[in-house]
Design a protein. Sequence first.
Length: 93
Amino acid sequence: MFASLLSPLVFATPLMAESVQTGNQAEQAATVNINQASAEQLAKGLQGVGMARAKAIIELREKLGRFTDMEQLLEVRGLGIRVLENNQDRIVL
């Protein structure tokens, strides 16, 4: 009787482990390199960033040569600390 109850758990374990791996892969794919991304990639990959802000990010990047710190994004007009905090796990230098 108990063996029949345990069998589904044994088969479910690999599926759960597989979904965790898929989640990690999705997180890695969701990052945006702000030193290389196009305006479209910035707008699509960052919450609270539309095309106007994305273009402003690229203008600042061109002015600086490259970003060396995520906090430099705060120099973009209209991009506040909340947007930076919401995207800190997505932004890669």
